[in-house]
Design a protein around this ligand. Structure first.
Ligand SMILES: [Zn+2]
Length: 98
């Protein structure tokens, strides 16, 4: 039997729940200054129940070759990656608020 999505009940190859979930997440990306003049780029607004935020975070860390952490529904990347991160998230199907 084909795999069926738990959310919509459609076979997984027809299911668009993850895509819908991504476009419904209005992400915000901003740069914060931390102690010792260190900048971090924070992407917030993920729904961690609907996407694998830990996996996304590790993929972003390797894309930008930087450190980072997951803090609740936010991903923090070390350094200023604002422009690149917005582009990367949009390429992955997320909506990012300008
Ligand atoms: Zn579904």
């Amino acid at each position: 039997m084909a795999k069926v999505c738990n959310t919509c009940g459609l076979p997984t190859e027809l299911c668009v729940c993850e895509d819908v979930a991504k476009t419904e997440q209005k992400l915000e990306v901003h740069v914060e200054e931390r102690r010792y003049d260190k900048e971090v780029t924070v992407a917030s607004g993920f729904r961690s129940s609907e996407i694998d935020i830990d996996e996304l975070s590790s993929e972003l860390k390797s894309s930008f070759a930087c450190g980072g952490t997951v803090d609740g529904d936010s991903i923090e990347l070390q350094g200023n990656h604002r422009e690149g991160l917005i582009e990367e998230l949009e390429n992955r199907g997320f909506e990012v608020e300008a």
